[in-house]
Design a protein around this ligand. Sequence first.
Ligand SMILES: *Cc1c(COP(=O)(O)O)cnc(C)c1O
Length: 399
Amino acid sequence: MSEVFTGNFTQQEPLPQASLDAAMAVLGHGRLHRYNLTPGETGEVALLEQEFAAFVGAKYCLATASGGSAIGLALRAVGVKPGDRVLTNAFTLAPVPGAIAALGAEPVFVEVTDGLVIDLDDLEAKAGQAEVLLLSHMRGHICDMGRLMEICDAANVTVVEDCAHTMGATWEGVQSGRHGAVACYSTQTYKHMNSGEGGLLVTDDEDIAAKAVLLSGSYMLYERHTAAPGAEVFARHRMETPNISGRMDNLRAAILRPQLAELPRQIGRWNERYRSVEEGIRGTPGLTVVERPEQESFVGSSIQFLLKGWSAGAVGEVLERCLKRGVELKWFGGAEPVGFTSRYAHWRYAASPELGQTDGVLSGLMDMRLPLTFSIADCELIARIIRAEVGAVFQAREG
Ligand SMILES: *Cc1c(COP(=O)(O)O)cnc(C)c1O
């Protein structure tokens, strides 16, 4: 009998007791709106903003209703207008081109490498086409940030970082999100902290920070922020900036603060699981592990591998055989979008020329979540199943 995995790829851990207690305190007093404060009270959202700013080493932080809303606020705050073109990764998830489209702007997709990062040569070639790059650190893979910033600085391109998968990761010791002008994180259930929905935006630029706060729907209560610039900065923007609403509330901030304190420990646990699967699948015939650069310290909340040059039929067979044994792989090369997984050709609101290199990488790209509810033994079992099924299909097709 072959082994079967029975775990659930979408089951998170319960929140820590401190989050439950903090949530009950907020529910007990009823002041869920971030600006609903008693005299002298700072509020859970403002405290979260202070703590997250300190965590990444940023001057300013704004908590938002979602990661996608943080990206939308960031694009508006750096001045993207309807009709503008915005550079972005061809390999990312739908909220990224969606945030650009929501502004009436147009994505210009940049190719992906087989290291799963933005192709810097293609970026350099296209840098003259836009004033802003929305850089998605998709699935936690970080490109050479030194070279990326050189390209963007030389072409006067403002960098907005989508750190939905790199909260807590670093490049050459610098927190992900601290290279560009502004960075956005998500606290949606499948990311590194879980408030159901939610986001965080950080920047060192006082004008971007003030505009983001006003855009998020601060009314004229921005002085209740503690990780924001002074009133004199707001005075420059308060009458010019529309309120598009995208605030976080005290309940979600209350459950996030204890999770932020735990994040470094959780990152260690994710990476143990990642390394266990990686070791288990390394050396499987026909399978390529995505090697991680030494400058990167990542958060292994998901793992990817490549079936390079495989036909769609053979990849489909691997998916099916793994699923029969309880291992849910996602494929970025499918003809139709499935669940969270889609690719640039599916985003038909955004016209794009065909990107041959990206098509080649995505056609063999397999992706798997690693929730912390999996034990190391679970990860070892999953790796054995992948190794056996990829090996079997490869052998049958080769032989
Ligand atoms: C989750 C995610 C976002 C933000 O999504 P929300 O669901 O709005 O928090 C942005 N980019 C990527 C790559 C994501 O995976």
